[in-house]
Design a binder for this molecule. Structure first.
Ligand code: HEC
Length: 103
């Protein structure tokens, strides 16, 4: 009778220890992921450029991510696109400043 109780106790202990081990490993995989949110505050001038960019440059194609090109690469593209979008120099300068601010 005594040995039966011992066996049952041992079995229960084994189950409990297995259980805690399992939950321990799942806790390790759900470690908190720290997200680094980048907040870019735009001046009113840059905000204006952003609006122009979004309204004038997505008519023929999707908006390109500013980071897709370097500042040197953007220059000839913007000259080419100014003609296509029929924008004046002031509007274009505003768009360029916005794009450069996003690089
Ligand atoms: C009238 C239509 C039109 C408008 C408006 C326009 N684009 Fe384009 N864009 C095109 C076409 C067509 C191409 C592909 C041919 C080329 O690269 O010239 C292109 C290509 C591009 C590319 C890719 C260039 C490369 O080398 O891969 C970028 C970036 C771009 N446009 C940016 C702009 C920006 C910024 C504006 C706003 C100032 C703008 N586009 C407005 C028609 C347009």
């Amino acid at each position: 009778m005594k040995s039966k109780i011992l066996i049952i106790t041992a079995a229960v202990l084994l189950l409990v220890s297995c259980g805690t081990q399992k939950s321990g490993s799942t806790a390790a995989t759900t470690a908190p992921v720290t997200e680094t949110a980048k907040v870019v505050v735009l001046t009113p001038e840059l905000e204006e450029g952003k609006n122009l960019y979004e309204n004038s440059c997505a008519r023929c194609h999707k908006l390109y991510d500013a980071k897709k090109f370097t500042q040197e690469e953007w220059k000839p593209i913007l000259t080419r696109m100014q003609k296509k979008a029929k924008l004046d120099d002031t509007q274009m300068a505003s768009i360029s400043n916005y794009i450069i601010s996003q690089l």
